[in-house]
Design a protein around this ligand. Structure first.
Ligand code: GLA
Length: 378
């Protein structure tokens, strides 16, 4: 199968970690529908690590923990599908998963068949405990081949955290997206550091093999499995804007059964989701510089399918800054008689660029993002 857009959905890990069970999954599925997340495009519900028993069954198959999932995984899949959702699960290319449950190494074909039989649509595939003698490309090619031959379309989500130069070989493995970062946690420092580590790697992202900057922490507010300090709503907006602009999958990590209005507003920003899901799938770039010629404040842009440009000014530093871009930065030479009309993607406010330059004060940890349309100068 081919995927042309970064997947959107929810994953259990950030909030629930090992405390995942059928009730949490089913009620989260309900919440995805009731809150409008599904209608906004968030279609995958992914159960992360810790769903299985510690041993395989007599036939060598993975088995769901009956205390956590009393009706089994097919039941969960059927429920999600009846709601219009798609079902994601988790395994690992090593002997064990990162939390110590059975991994899929040397069981790739039997596990792919099991997932297909259960009705799984998406597999997150981790990198812990893989044999030293196998390079990463082998680990992911093995499962890539098994999934491609399991008789069901299953999105293959590689999770080797960018280790062992993942970017150099992941495109050959059958993965549709690949974790290009270490694990996120619910703190501003984590959002900033993952972003800065990612800017040079945007050139490796492409349709059918998207860079994955890890799940969103928007709305966690310091609670849950990867909680640290929590962030302000402003910081969560910057985080969401960055992940959307950088073509990362948008996998929600907060407890969607109890989101604040502010969290909903952020996650349901249709204009930013449209930038993320733009059909052209072009690589974002840092304006006015080449990777990695940036500091902690920069302008990112992405050319869109209809001729518009997504533009964001991001200030990841701890002090307010005046940031700028010029129309020429996007190829709009002076003398064309054209300028840009900007629509602010958080407020909807429209303005046109005067004198070829936008100079904007951006607060610490803040951003402005626009959709820019080419238009005649007045
Ligand atoms: C790794 C992954 C995380 C999560 C945990 C589960 O750390 O990077 O996203 O899946 O394993 O154990």
């Amino acid at each position: 199968m081919v995927i042309t857009k970064p997947p959107l959905g929810w994953n259990s890990w950030n909030t629930f970690g090992p405390d995942i069970n059928e009730e949490v999954v089913l009620r989260s599925a309900d919440a995805m529908v009731e809150t409008g997340l599904l209608a906004a495009g968030y279609e995958y519900l992914v159960i992360d690590d810790c769903w299985s028993l510690r041993v395989r069954d007599d036939a060598g198959k993975l088995q769901a923990d009956p205390e956590k999932f009393p009706h089994g995984m097919k039941y969960v899949a059927d429920y999600l599908h009846s709601k219009g959702l798609k079902f994601g699960m988790y395994s690992c290319g090593g002997m064990l998963t990162c939390a110590g449950y059975p991994g899929s190494f040397d069981h790739e074909f039997v596990d792919a068949a099991t997932f297909a039989q259960w009705g799984v649509d998406y597999l997150k595939y981790d990198y812990c405990y893989h044999p030293e003698t196998r390079v990463g490309a082998d680990i992911y090619r093995r499962m890539g081949l098994a999934l491609a031959n399991c008789g069901r379309d299953i999105v293959f989500s590689a999770c080797s955290w960018g280790a062992d130069e993942t970017k150099q070989w992941i495109g050959s493995t059958g993965s549709h997206l690949w974790r290009s970062t270490g694990d996120i946690n619910d703190s501003w420092a984590s959002i900033r550091d993952l972003t800065l580590s990612q800017l040079p790697d945007q050139v490796f992202g492409r349709i059918n093999c998207f860079n994955d900057m890890d799940m969103l922490v928007v709305g966690m507010n310091g609670a849950g499995n990867v909680a640290v300090t929590g962030c302000t709503d402003n910081e969560y907006r910057t985080h969401f804007s960055l992940w959307a602009m950088l073509n990362s999958p948008l996998m929600i990590g907060c407890d969607i059964r109890s989101m604040s209005d502010e969290t909903k507003k952020t996650l349901l920003n249709q204009e930013l989701i449209a930038i993320n899901q733009d059909a052209a799938g072009r690589q974002p770039f840092v304006v006015g510089g080449t990777w990695p010629n940036y500091q902690d404040s920069f302008c990112i842009a992405k050319l869109l399918e209809n001729g518009d440009i997504a533009v964001g000014l991001f200030n990841l530093s701890d002090s307010d800054r005046l940031l700028h871009f010029t129309t020429e930065d996007f190829g709009l030479a002076v003398g064309t008689g054209k300028t840009l009309q900007l629509t602010d993607l958080w407020t909807g406010k429209k303005e046109s660029v005067k004198n070829e330059i936008v100079n904007e004060p951006i607060t610490a940890h803040g951003c402005r993002v626009w959709r820019a349309k080419v238009m005649d100068c007045e």
